[in-house]
Write a protein that binds this ligand. Structure first.
Ligand code: 5HU
Ligand code: ZN
Length: 165
């Protein structure tokens, strides 16, 4: 009897991989974030990445980080988590969100209110900022658990070559 292959990826790698693949759609030149929401049955119920809202073209809105508020991306850009929540097809109670970057305080509020119960992230590069502290205060208070994945050893290459399928 032929045995199964051993180097298949686990659920965490799979869902974080989908979050990272979604981030590849982002047009933000400095930070690309993707998110993948999964229910208790390990079914994906929403994905998203950071970008401007519908009808707000990259031709007319800036990707700058610095300058007058209205000349930067910050008032306009939708965060990956917000897009994943709004794109989702099912109720999100008891779901887990996989996201490359630890959620900001605005996304934390949406995550809590949507019923998501777990946040899995790779980077916490804004740890210690007020926004980051506010997220953690709200998650702790409302029972949303968060955990950091350490998958730095893993590198997955995807080939679109016909002969590789
Ligand atoms: O939770 C988040 N989710 C998310 O999608 N973002 C997006 C908004 C911006 O497009 C980008 C952050 O830009 P910057 O790192 O240049 O400040 O990442 C930023 C955060 C902040 O943690
Ligand atoms: Zn956010």
């Amino acid at each position: 009897m032929k045995k199964r292959r051993e180097d298949y990826i686990g659920w965490d790698e799979y869902f974080m991989g989908i979050a990272l693949l979604s981030a590849k759609r982002s047009k933000d030149p400095s930070t690309q974030v993707g998110a993948c929401i999964v229910n208790k049955e390990n079914k994906i119920v929403g994905v998203g990445y950071n970008g401007f809202p519908k009808g707000c073209s990259d031709d007319n809105f800036p990707w700058d980080r610095e300058g007058e508020f209205l000349e930067t991306k910050y008032p306009f850009v939708m965060h990956a988590e917000q897009n994943a929540i709004l794109n989702s097809i099912k109720k999100l109670s008891d779901c887990t969100i996989y996201v490359g970057l630890f959620p900001c305080h605005e996304c934390a509020k949406s995550i809590i209110q949507s019923g998501i119960k777990e946040v899995v992230f790779l980077s916490d590069k804004y740890d210690g900022t007020d926004s980051n502290k506010a997220s953690k205060m709200m998650f702790d208070s409302s029972g949303v658990v968060y955990r950091k994945l350490n998958l730095s050893e893993i590198k997955i290459e995807i080939s679109f070559k016909e002969e590789d399928i």
